[in-house]
Design a binder for this molecule. Structure first.
Ligand SMILES: C=CC1=C(C)c2cc3[nH]c(cc4nc(cc5[nH]c(cc1n2)c(C)c5CCC(=O)O)C(CCC(=O)O)=C4C)c(C)c3C=C
Ligand SMILES: [Fe+2]
Length: 455
């Protein structure tokens, strides 16, 4: 959006963007509040187009009034925030990620609840394409910082989803329960074990609360995390954050399979939103065995791993070896046992040399459900590059994200096998960050994220 929210007809008051501390001549704070397009959309949602037209009457020209009176068009850039499940899990994976883990700095339970309520309100607004707060980016008092940082003003909602999860350290720290949450830490929210080869950096690991913002526009995703961080000031601070620029998983059969930075199709045999029975079996958490963990029913567990990929070494590896390490062809993404991309791999097929066509230590063999007690996961990772390491190497890789029913059965054993046997992992990957978070079920209108935890 331009400085003028309703097109080129109205000029922003002189000095609006100059950083001048005083309101422009002839305007009071109230006069200077203009109804932004986003604010308008928000009002349309609450009171309908007629109400919007009435409120706007004193502020808008004739054309703008006519436009405002028209019923709002269905906006396919909006993914509803409220629902039985949190969005951002089975939602068709967006192109961009900004994930942040926060440490809660207040000790006060009421302040934590207030933070979650404020975050819920802001998340609902931003996912609907509106600004945060009641006055947004440009309609508040001239002498106060705006309630919204403003960099998404011209943009649509971008299919933004904001997904919240709670880390073990929210429940207890140094052996002491926090926020009166004794007995509420789910048994599945374990401290992940050390895996062979782990090179985890504390500043990229853990966190009390994780927020996953996914959108088709990077600015929308960054805007979301930035505003939540701003709202959290004094109660929570960012521990780590990660940008991702290319989805490495499809989570719907309607999506084309994307590629990771090794150049391979990633997500071919992922669980998809359409696999509802498999999602019940492998992704959605149950009520647990204790009353204290029942609040997680219908939620899931988010595993995040920042996996650096040694792409310079990979780029000097033959195509034969690359395909052998993955167990699929690079072009089509077909299993080396034959067929096309979505043909099921046949791990028993052998070549003329008597060796299996999909090697015993190939990534897809070791990760396949057949080798892992039948368990599957919903992967939702992103490619990342974070500059270079000063030694002439890109700090690039895959920010692995998976949603699972129970990490004890659905992540730890598989990761342990890979850390020990997967040549891809042993020679080309380094895990530099890690997190495990309990993702509560969805939020209903009038509620707040994680509400069940505080019942
Ligand atoms: C512990 C879980 C997994 C980690 C960590 C992981 C890292 C990782 N994977 C690739 C590339 C590919 N993975 C593929 C398949 C695949 N990977 C996992 C799990 C982990 N991957 C699973 C469960 C599967 C599916 C296996 C199956 O059922 O066939 C593929 C093939 C295409 C696909 O099905 O997605 C590729 C390619 C990288 C580069 C990586 C770390 C950087
Ligand atoms: Fe993988």
């Amino acid at each position: 959006m331009s400085g003028c929210p309703f097109g080129g007809d109205q000029q922003a008051p002189a000095g609006t963007h100059s950083g001048a501390s005083a309101a422009p001549a002839g305007t009071s704070d109230g006069d200077n509040r203009r109804l932004s397009r986003r604010g308008l959309l928000g009002l349309a949602g609450v009171g309908g187009a007629g109400a919007v037209a009435g409120i706007a009457a004193g502020l808008l020209g004739h054309d703008a009034l006519a436009a405002a009176a028209a019923p709002p068009a269905a906006d396919d850039s909006v993914i509803p925030f409220f629902g039985d499940r949190q969005a951002g899990i089975t939602t068709a994976a967006q192109d961009r990620l900004h994930m942040a883990a926060f440490d809660v700095t207040t000790d006060n339970r009421a302040a934590l609840i207030e933070l979650l309520k404020d975050w819920t309100a802001a998340a609902e607004a931003m996912t609907a394409g509106r600004t945060t707060g009641t006055t947004g980016a440009v309609d508040g008092p001239y002498d106060a910082p705006p309630e919204d940082t403003g960099e998404a003003l011209d943009l649509n909602a971008g299919r933004l989803t904001i997904t919240f999860g709670f880390g073990a350290s929210l429940f207890e720290k140094d052996g002491k329960a926090r926020f009166g949450l004794d007995g509420k830490r789910p048994d599945a929210l374990i401290d992940l074990p050390h895996f062979p080869g782990d090179a985890l950096e504390p500043a990229r690991t853990g966190g009390d609360i994780v927020v996953q913002a996914c959108a088709d526009d990077p600015q929308v995703a960054v805007h979301a995390i930035r505003n939540l961080a701003r709202i959290g000031f004094g109660k929570a601070r960012v521990r780590w954050s990660q940008l991702g620029f290319g989805r490495t998983s499809s989570t719907s059969r309607a999506q084309q399979t994307a590629r990771n930075l090794f150049g391979f199709k990633d997500g071919t045999n992922n669980l998809k939103a359409e696999d509802t029975a498999l999602l019940d079996e492998h992704v959605w958490a149950g009520a647990g065995s204790r009353a204290g963990e029942a609040w997680m029913e219908g939620g899931s567990y988010l595993v995040s791993r920042r996996i650096r990929m040694h792409i310079e070494i990979w780029d000097r590896t033959s195509l034969r070896e690359q395909e052998g390490l993955i167990g699929r062809t690079k072009g089509e993404g077909a299993p080396l046992s034959g067929g096309k991309e979505f043909t099921a791999p046949d791990f028993s097929v052998k070549g003329n040399d008597g060796e299996p066509l999909i090697a015993m230590d190939a990534h897809v063999r070791l990760a396949h459900a057949d080798q892992n007690d039948g368990v599957r996961m919903l992967r939702r990772g992103y490619n990342y590059t974070d500059g270079s390491d000063g030694l002439g190497h890109l700090d690039a890789g895959l920010f692995f994200i998976a949603f699972v029913k129970d990490p004890r059965t659905h992540y730890v054993p598989m990761q342990m096998t890979m850390a020990k046997e997967d040549v891809l992992a042993l020679e080309y990957l380094k895990h530099t960050g890690s997190g495990l978070f309990a993702v509560p079920p969805g939020v209903s209108q009038g509620g707040f994220v994680g509400e069940g935890l505080f019942d």
